[in-house]
Design a protein around this ligand. Structure first.
Ligand SMILES: Cc1cc2nc3c(=O)[nH]c(=O)nc-3n(C[C@H](O)[C@H](O)[C@H](O)COP(=O)(O)O)c2cc1C
Ligand code: SF4
Ligand code: SF4
Length: 436
């Protein structure tokens, strides 16, 4: 039986499923309900410094990208950090932690970029008994205009400096939450490590505009007829986040730095992707907001069943296992050859594969045979691009077959070579390394 217990940045929890800092973790009422549902940990909604409360818009702060059948693909928000008094949050955090000693309770923080501001808030958080702090260097709207959030996260020197202050003046584990609104995620991750971070978490939200109302031609959603960019998250951002997680895991300067994977996690399968690419645990926001706290039960059961089926006792048994399979394009084996294969028994003859390949790929799928609709792959045209597989509405009706070494590729008229050949040594590469 799989053991889902997990330790991240020195913080232990029942399972690797945490709620990310966001509305689901904004108050004790929510967090109690989340823990009752089975979440292993939470990162409390970001606290700011003491003072006049944060003011949010009193109108649509959320927007969404939906499929035609109204399934959520992407989610956008212009919400700021907590708008509840600091003291109320601290008192609730203390109380919740006391009642749930076996769950992880990390507090997200965002205060002005001065040593005194960070030094002042750290002891207040420590006094609650919380397990760690997460530095919110990621929020891309509102707070960034005030010199916080992603305004800090986009400058590696600031990340290093603030992280070092938190290590120097505090005693709790420090998780640095990174913004994806940057061209090279390895830079801020390395800065966090230099500053002494115990771990990084990523991603926070991606700067975004959801669209325009066609009747009024105003940005939508709008606040009094005007809109401002928000932060994008949900299933649509997962591939972006996974790439960033893998980039950090692969880079020599940051390899081994513990990672909490965030972005589009809604099921155990999503969590598996993050963990296999090197994350120790995952955090969830949008899926909990859309489907409620009980989704964690599917996550726990699904991951546990998967681990049993694979013979994994703990998540450490597969953590990072997929990372060595991530490389740069130039190292891919250009001799590896695939062809699409259509299973005639399950084909419903909708024709989508034909039109996709005919109009935009390699004209490699027939539409008619003996005067009847018939969809079959022409091996002598197919380049194995995978487009037809992705557009076919019937699962597993089209698959890609890898040609065996020595097998004739009728497209090139050459047998498939057994030895790998990548771009660095390819004869067409004008700057290839000279070979003996
Ligand atoms: C409405 C909303 C409010 C958020 N507030 C915060 C916040 O206060 N602090 C923070 O670090 N991240 C905040 N986030 C970002 C999430 O913690 C998370 O990084 C992001 O939503 C990606 O995860 P997801 O795809 O599971 O939603 C917020 C996200 C949403 C949707
Ligand atoms: S794999 Fe690409 S080239 Fe081959 S049949 Fe499908 S769409 Fe056409
Ligand atoms: S898209 Fe799939 S189901 Fe439709 S014709 Fe092609 S193989 Fe058949």
């Amino acid at each position: 039986m799989a053991d889902l217990r997990n330790t991240f940045a020195g913080i232990s929890s029942l399972n690797p499923f945490w709620l990310a800092s966001a509305p689901p973790t904004d108050k004790a009422y929510n967090v109690h309900r989340a823990f009752e549902a089975g979440w292993g940990g939470v990162v409390w909604k970001t606290l700011g410094e003491d003072g006049p409360p944060i003011v949010n818009v009193s109108g649509p702060r959320y927007g969404a990208l939906l499929t035609p059948d109204r399934r959520m693909l992407g989610f956008n928000n212009i919400e700021l950090i907590t708008d509840r008094p600091l003291r109320t949050n601290l008192d609730e955090i203390r109380d919740v932690k006391r009642q749930w000693p076996d769950r992880a309770l990390v507090v997200s923080l965002m205060v002005p970029c001065t040593e005194s501001a960070w030094k002042a808030i750290l002891p207040m958080v420590e006094d609650t008994g919380a397990d760690g702090i997460e530095l919110n260097f990621g929020c891309p709207h509102g707070m960034s205009e005030r010199g916080m959030g992603s305004a800090v996260g986009q400058v590696p020197e600031y990340i290093e400096m603030v992280t070092a202050w938190c290590k120097q003046h505090g005693r709790l584990p420090v998780i640095v939450k990174l913004t994806p609104n940057i061209s090279d995620i390895r830079q801020p991750a390395a800065a966090a490590k230099r500053g002494g971070a115990d771990a990084v978490s990523l991603i926070n939200t991606i700067s975004s505009i959801m669209g325009v109302d066609p009747a009024t031609l105003t940005m939508s959603p709008s606040t009094g007829g005007m809109g401002s960019h928000g932060g994008y998250c949900g299933p649509a951002v997962k591939p972006i986040a996974l790439n960033m997680v893998a980039e950090i895991g692969r880079a020599p300067a940051t390899a081994g730095l513990p990672i909490s994977g965030i972005g589009g996690v809604g099921s155990w399968r999503d969590a598996l992707d993050y963990i296999a690419l090197g994350a120790t645990n995952v955090q969830v926001c949008t899926a909990a907001m859309v489907y409620g706290f009980k989704i964690v039960q599917e996550m726990v059961d699904g991951l546990s069943d998967y681990m049993d089926s694979m013979g994994f006792k703990t998540t450490a048994d597969f953590q990072g296992r997929a990372l060595p399979t991530v490389t740069d394009w130039q190292y891919l084996n250009l001799n590896a050859t695939s062809k699409a294969v259509i299973d005639q028994a399950s084909c419903i003859q909708c024709g989508r594969c034909h039109i996709a390949c005919e109009d935009t790929s390699h004209q490699a799928i027939t539409a008619v045979k003996d005067g009847k609709r018939h969809f079959a792959v022409k091996d002598d045209e197919c380049v194995g691009c995978n487009l037809c597989v992705t557009v076919c509405p019937v699962p597993d009706c089209i698959t890609l077959r890898t040609l065996a070494p020595g097998e004739m590729d009728t497209r090139t008229g050459q047998p498939v070579r057994a030895e790998p050949l990548n771009w660095t040594a390819h004869p067409n590469n004008p700057s290839r390394a000279a070979t003996a």
